[in-house]
Design a protein around this ligand. Structure first.
Ligand SMILES: Nc1ncnc2c1ncn2[C@@H]1O[C@H](COP(=O)(O)OP(=O)(O)OP(=O)(O)O)[C@@H](O)[C@H]1O
Length: 783
């Protein structure tokens, strides 16, 4: 199965891990399994120069350490380098002249296969450098002017000797290189390390041959004598090992996922070798996933055959040209990246298990041909210029990194000096096990090129890579889960204490909701209407101050906690004949609905005189006017049904009698019609409120039920309905007291005495309705 991904960053997420990327999670982990580079990889000798491929300090001396207790050099202590270093005559394997030996670790590692007599296999260094001398081609005869392998780890160029981790010559086949380079790489990759192989050398020196082999050999079986390069051998071994592992994973669930990309850097532009139409791609730096190329094709693969196809496709798309050293010279640097993601868990377990991610990078550089006498064209010159420039930047990078461990200075590393150095950020000096193959021609007539290559390899050995196993274990996941839980708890505590997020909208909203809940409790307590004693003879007067105080209290309750919910005076609707619809402008009714209500009220009801309007207007706190709907109601026997209680605040308030204008009292003859009308208005309002309520509920912005409030209103409506049916015959009026809220039948009020001291029945009910609606509105806001 192949899946093309256009976003490398996103595809770093493992499918079987869902959205959890190993590399991402690793950034969260308190620890990583880290393999510090062995001290043995550090040379005791400072790099000779910052210049690219300049010779060592003294190529004719060999270093040895004062504390060396063996014939081989031992690991240096960097801080004691200067005093511990001594010079001595070159060892016997330097046949002609003493030469510059590379760092001691090469010799300190015991390798039975090299006949060093070691017992334990050598540790695999973080940075490994091998040299390979290409065989002489047909017709080539250089006589004595050849580069010679003088030991498994040393070679000579003229009178100079260089030591590396391994040296291969014409007698070494691809399999030999694979055993030394490829096999450890596969093991490291399966262990969870990032790994890189970089082939470096002059044009025609055998870089491409070593890595990929001839195209014809790509599909061959990797027989030991085959010409197949080490990369296809690596993939064959990788899939073979994984198959073996899966076959032996009884009781375990073992999943793998692979994906591959292939790019080239040509004339300092990145092109996609798997989709040659994609040119000039950009390098991106992701803090968690590292460097990646935007929009680069990544193909998922499941088998060695899949990879082979990708390799053939990519290599055939690479730019090639002719040089004096190679008729099919690579004119671009290419980078093949292969990502392995694995996840292992016990089959019976529901736990996470463990997950690993590793990245294999194969970098085949374009070679320089400085000996070219004639360029075949301007294009060729341009290519050479870019190749030379990028290789020069690479040399500078290597010099900088090689110097850093010894000087202790954290110099700015010039990774971004070129596309190549930028892309190699992980491989060189980063989280990767690096192997550099220094490819050299056997002809030493141009020993300048050979020396450059070998000195490059020398310097690479100074670089300190810090590869880590990219693994997430069960413990890591548990640790992260604990951390998340703790953080959540801390957050909740901080939120509840109000110490966090005061400026955060979410927390503000939460505080508002809390305040609203408090408000709701407060209003419920204060507006549960007192029991109406229908039998009481006590005349209840409505005190204007009481009304004002009630309104103020309601306003305070609302405005203290929710300023937004304060209402504007402009929207006061004060219908005639004690019918007033006060509705929340913003939340309860739309302005159109309000206007409709008002219009109906004004059309059907007699308007109060200007004076009385003003009186009533004054009696209501201006700030709350728009928030309450006042409907004409009549006293009903049902009013005794609700269990009413007095507001604690009102109870303590000084109560005064108030005289309401009799204009609020309407003729009983008008009551039925008007009350019916207003009942309808009320019902309409209620319906609207229910509509609004359901809208709010469905919007989920204001969670919380208002059923009790709706029930109260419904009950009020029933009372009004009932009163409609009975008010005309009774012709009664009531007084309204905030202390007892006792509604008492009263004789019909003479129109002439319209300035009666007691509030008429309709007005009393009307006031009750005010309270009810105010509660409704504020509660609706609060929920
Ligand atoms: N170890 C080897 N055994 C046999 N032939 C080799 C070996 N190394 C290189 N060659 C041959 O030498 C020639 C040049 O090799 P190759 O193309 O790999 O060089 P290169 O370093 O990649 O050159 P360039 O940088 O110009 O691309 C090829 O024909 C290749 O087959």
């Amino acid at each position: 199965m192949r899946t093309k991904s256009s976003n490398p960053a996103s595809t770093s997420e493992s499918r079987f891990l869902g959205n959890i990327s190993t590399s991402s999670l690793r950034n969260l982990l308190p620890r990583s399994i880290s393999t510090k580079p062995s001290k043995s990889i550090f040379s005791s000798r400072n790099p000779s120069s910052n210049a690219e491929n300049t010779p060592p300090l003294d190529p004719n001396v060999q270093t040895k350490y004062a504390d060396d207790d063996s014939s081989s050099a031992t690991k240096p202590v960097l801080s004691d380098l200067s005093k511990s270093r001594i010079t001595e005559v070159a060892p016997s394997d330097c046949q002609k002249q003493p030469s510059a030996t590379l760092d001691p670790p090469v010799k300190s590692e015991t390798d039975p296969s090299d006949g060093d007599g070691g017992v334990l296999p050598p540790p695999d260094p973080s940075v490994k450098v091998v040299a390979r001398i290409r065989p002489t081609k047909d017709g080539e005869n250089w006589g004595d002017r050849t580069v010679k392998k003088v030991s498994p780890r040393t070679l000579s160029v003229g009178d100079r000797t260089f030591s590396f981790d391994s040296v291969f010559d014409s007698k070494s086949g691809q399999e030999d290189v694979f055993q030394k380079v490829g096999v450890p790489l596969v093991k490291n990759a399966l262990a969870g390390y990032n790994t890189s192989i970089l082939s470096y050398g002059q044009s025609g020196s055998g870089k491409t041959y070593t890595l990929w082999g001839p195209p014809s050999a790509m599909v061959e079986d990797s027989r030991p004598d085959s010409c197949q390069g080490i990369v296809p051998r690596i993939f064959e071994m990788l899939f073979r090992e994984i198959q073996k592992e899966q076959e032996n994973s009884e009781g375990k669930q073992l999943n793998y996922q692979f994906r591959c990309s292939f790019l080239e850097i040509y004339n300092e532009q990145i092109g996609d070798l798997l989709d040659p139409t994609l040119r000039n791609l950009e390098i991106k730096d992701d803090p968690k996933n590292g460097v990646y190329v935007e929009n680069l094709t990544e193909e998922y693969v499941t088998s060695y055959e899949d990879v082979t196809q990708i390799l053939i496709k990519g290599l055939s798309s690479r730019k090639v040209g002719a040089t004096s050293m190679n008729s099919k010279s690579s004119r671009s640097h290419i980078v093949c990246t292969f990502i392995i993601e694995s996840w292992c868990k016990e089959t019976s377990s529901k736990c996470f298990g463990s997950s690993k991610t590793s990245r294999m990078s194969f970098i085949d550089l374009a070679g320089l041909d400085r000996n070219k006498v004639d360029d075949s064209g301007r294009q060729c010159a341009r290519e050479d210029k870019y190749v030379k420039k990028s290789l020069s930047r690479l040399g500078l990078l290597v010099n900088t990194l090689a110097k850093a461990p010894q000087t202790g200075k954290s110099e700015d590393v010039p990774y971004k000096a070129s596309c190549l150095t930028h892309l190699l950020q992980e491989s060189i000096g980063g989280n990767s096990k690096l192997t550099v193959i220094c490819a050299v021609s056997p002809d030493n007539k141009n020993d300048g090129e050979i020396l450059r290559t070998l000195r490059f390899g020398e310097r690479v050995k100074y670089i300190r890579n810090e590869p880590v196993i990219n693994e997430i274990t069960e413990d890591d996941v548990n640790g992260l889960t604990d951390q998340i839980r703790q953080l959540k708890e801390e957050l909740i505590r901080a939120k509840s204490s109000g110490s966090v997020g005061s400026n955060n909208g979410y927390f503000q909203g939460r505080n508002v909701r809390e305040s609203l809940n408090q408000l709701r409790v407060s209003l419920n307590r204060s507006l549960i209407l007192p029991h109406i004693d229908n039998d009481s003879d006590e005349e209840v007067n409505v005190d204007e101050d009481d009304v004002r105080e009630l309104h103020q209290q309601l306003l305070q309750n609302s405005s203290e906690d929710v300023r937004d919910y304060s209402v504007s005076r402009d929207s006061v609707q004060f219908g005639g004949s004690c019918d007033t619809d006060l509705a929340s402008e913003d939340d309860f009714h739309s302005s159109e609905e309000k206007e409709l209500d008002l219009k109906e009220s004004q059309d059907e009801l007699p308007l109060p005189s200007k004076d009385n309007f003003e009186l009533a207007d004054k009696a209501i706190n201006p700030a709350i006017k728009s928030g309450v709907s006042i409907s004409l109601c009549c006293q009903s026997p049902f009013l005794q049904d609700p269990t009413l209680s007095e507001s604690p605040k009102l109870r303590n308030a000084q109560r005064k009698s108030v005289t309401f204008s009799s204009i609020c009292s309407v003729s009983q003859n008008n009551i039925p019609d008007n009350s019916k009308l207003k009942s309808d208005v009320l019902r309409q309002s209620l319906n609207q409120s229910e509509h609004t309520q359901s809208s709010l509920r469905s919007s989920k912005i204001f969670p919380g039920p208002t059923e009790s409030l709706a029930a109260s209103l419904q009950r009020g409506l029933q009372i009004i309905d009932h009163h409609q049916q009975n008010s005309a015959p009774s012709k009664s009026s009531v007084s309204f007291s905030f202390e007892h809220l006792t509604l008492k039948p009263r004789p019909e009020v003479d129109k002439a005495n319209s300035s009666a001291q007691t509030i008429p029945e309709n007005t009393a009910i009307h006031r009750w309705t005010i309270c009810l609606f105010t509660l409704c509105i504020l509660q609706k806001k609060s929920v």
